[in-house]
Design a protein around this ligand. Structure first.
Ligand code: GCB
Length: 591
């Protein structure tokens, strides 16, 4: 699926703004055909944004079930005879869409795009009513999983991941038009041959047509041309995409009509670079790369997981300020704006699916919540795995052309020390490699499944470890933590694979100070990070350090969380804690 673009042959219209919005606690809207007319009793709701924190109402914030969104859009007059598509960048966690009275598409999974060809249901120059029912329920067959439990206050959503279950239309919605004969897909894979770059491209179209491609450099100069639906372009003396140097070429693919006119044109940015794993090294363009950065979240006051350009640019400025060269899209695929911006900024990404919380031994990221078996016919089962497989397919399809993405993470902290886990994950690793042989594949290992016990890391090209020595274990005892951590890490290092520490962190209440570095104080966060860094620096196989987390973020409430997770190096409104300055001294040799 190609993302909407304005090109010489395509036009798009963004449907953001205030939509009508209604909760459906009785679950009656579908049978009562709420899509059949203006939504009764609706309030207004901002799109894109999570709906949860917008209303000052806990019934909205904690709501579980169907919510309805509706808007009316006029199809531009000039779009007569064109193919007209309605495109959602995401709907969390699933949605069904109607154009007028006609159901046009349903989609499962909260963080990947979907679209419907609505040409047959609209007329150029006329308005069309768009109604969307978004459902935010998590079950054992959703990614991420969850369960609805009855409480005296009514049904409550429970889940095993440690961030608030924000939902709704978080990302832009588009209406766009193309020629009836159009490009449907473009894939690029780049390589290096001495100083030259190679770009393997594959295009697909809705009907047989002549295809032409032109590759231009950042100044607009043509550097290579090709014809045919697929082929290889050669770029003499290529400017490589590299960490810190987000140099992009522009590949324009064109479909030609019978008379030789261009009927469709689509632009794909291309960063020429390679990614390989060799022994315990992670190589970008053949050179060892050391990841510095964070696990992040899409999480902001009021708009929840709504994308915001100003915050995105600011976050990347802070990444540069602190000396971070990378981050992980923990724990779901991020907005495509973020991926595009990372490409242009030369920021390296570990791209993660929404498969978080497949571990019923953890509660909200914290040890101890019991009561369910993770992998069983009644919990996470074969049907769940197929949903997970589809989430991987959609992630790889969406993000495979981004040079910033160097590693797939197919799950965060699943149960991984059991036979059930091994059986569940083996085919998912195979699938990911089949979909994209050009990148390494991994998953993020949890502390409950330490070296010697994990049965899933055997499938991974890179070991990604989340460890909280000195926080959840050896709390406040950094000397003991340092010994235990180093001992475990030495075990992993024997595997001869690169190790990225994908999480290490300590909750820190901003402004809390203590002379002797007590847990929760800013001093402790600094001392905790220092201890970790001593351990990493003694272990050659460690090729990266991602602190948990870039910023404080919202979670469900609980005795372990004070107004959310406070492991941020920045507060939720992006003020630095003492640890931010300490990290800057470590990561920026020039600071
Ligand atoms: C983890 C999880 C992350 C949590 C973090 C914590 O291991 O991957 O989602 O937020 O721990 O702070 O407990």
């Amino acid at each position: 699926m190609l993302r909407p673009q304005d090109t010489a042959t395509r036009e798009r219209k963004r449907l953001d703004g205030l939509w009508r919005f209604a909760l459906d606690p009785a679950g009656e809207g579908r049978t009562a055909r709420w899509f059949g007319g203006p939504l009764a009793g609706a309030r207004e709701m901002a799109v894109p944004a999570s709906f949860n924190d917008i209303a000052a109402d806990s019934a909205v914030r904690e709501y579980v079930g169907d919510v309805w969104y509706q808007t009316e859009v006029r199809v531009p007059r000039g779009w007569d005879g064109r193919r007209i598509v309605l495109h959602f960048e995401s709907a969390t966690h699933r949605a069904t869409v109607w154009a007028g009275d006609t159901e046009v598409v349903s989609h499962e999974g909260g963080y990947t795009p979907f679209a419907a060809d609505i040409t047959a249901h609209v007329r150029a120059g006329e308005p069309v009513r768009i109604t969307v029912v978004v459902n935010n329920t998590l079950t054992f067959q959703s990614i991420p999983p969850g369960v609805i439990e009855d409480t005296p206050a009514g049904p409550r959503q429970r889940y095993w991941h440690d961030f608030f279950n924000y939902a709704g239309l978080h990302r832009p919605v588009w209406l766009y038009q193309t020629d009836p004969v159009h490009l449907t897909d473009i894939t690029v894979v780049t390589g290096l041959d001495g100083g030259d770059g190679t770009v393997d491209y594959t295009t697909a179209a809705s009907a047989p047509a002549t295809t032409r491609v032109v590759l231009r450099d950042a100044t607009g100069r043509t550097v290579a041309e090709g014809s045919g639906a697929s082929g290889t372009l050669r770029v003499p003396d290529a400017h490589r995409w590299a960490p810190g140097d987000g140099y992009l070429y522009d590949l324009e693919a064109q479909l030609l009509g019978d008379d030789g006119t261009v009927v469709d044109s689509y632009h794909q940015s291309v960063g020429i670079r390679t990614v390989t794993v060799s022994g315990n090294r992670f190589l970008i363009n053949g050179e060892p790369f050391y990841f510095t950065g964070f696990g992040k979240h899409e999480d902001l006051a009021v708009i929840g997981k709504g994308h915001n350009d100003a915050f995105m640019v600011h976050d990347f400025e802070l990444l540069r300020w602190i000396g971070a060269n990378s981050f992980r899209t923990s724990h779901y695929p991020y907005s495509e704006e973020v991926l595009d911006y990372a490409d242009r900024q030369g920021i390296v990404l570990i791209d993660e699916t929404a498969a978080v919380g497949l571990n019923m031994g953890l509660g909200g990221g914290i040890f101890g919540a019991q009561g369910y078996e993770t992998f069983s016919p009644d919990t996470v089962n074969d049907a769940s795995r197929e949903v997970h497989a589809q989430a991987i397919r959609e992630l790889v399809e969406r993000d495979r052309n981004h040079p910033s993405v160097v590693l797939w993470s197919i799950a965060n902290e699943p149960e991984s020390d059991t036979e059930g886990a091994e059986d569940y994950f083996r085919p998912l690793f195979e699938l990911t490699r089949e979909l994209d042989p050009s990148r390494p594949v991994g998953f993020v290992n949890v502390m409950l499944s330490p070296y010697g016990k994990c049965r899933v890391s055997q499938f991974a090209d890179v070991l990604m470890l989340n460890r909280y020595y000195g926080w959840y274990v050896n709390t406040g005892d950094l000397p003991a933590a340092e010994r235990a951590w180093e001992e475990e890490l030495r075990g992993w290092a024997g595997e001869n694979k690169p190790i990225i520490i994908t999480e290490y962190g300590a909750d820190t209440y901003p402004g809390l100070h203590s002379v002797d570095a007590q847990p929760w104080s800013e001093e402790y966060q600094v001392a905790y990070l220092d201890m970790n860094h001593r351990v990493f620096d003694r272990c050659d196989a460690v090729v990266g350090e991602h602190v948990w987390n870039f910023a404080d973020f919202a979670t469900t409430s609980g005795v372990m969380r004070v107004g959310g997770n406070k492991k941020g190096v920045f507060t939720r409104d992006r003020q630095p804690k003492a640890a931010a300055h300490a990290l800057r001294r470590r990561w920026r040799k020039d600071a």
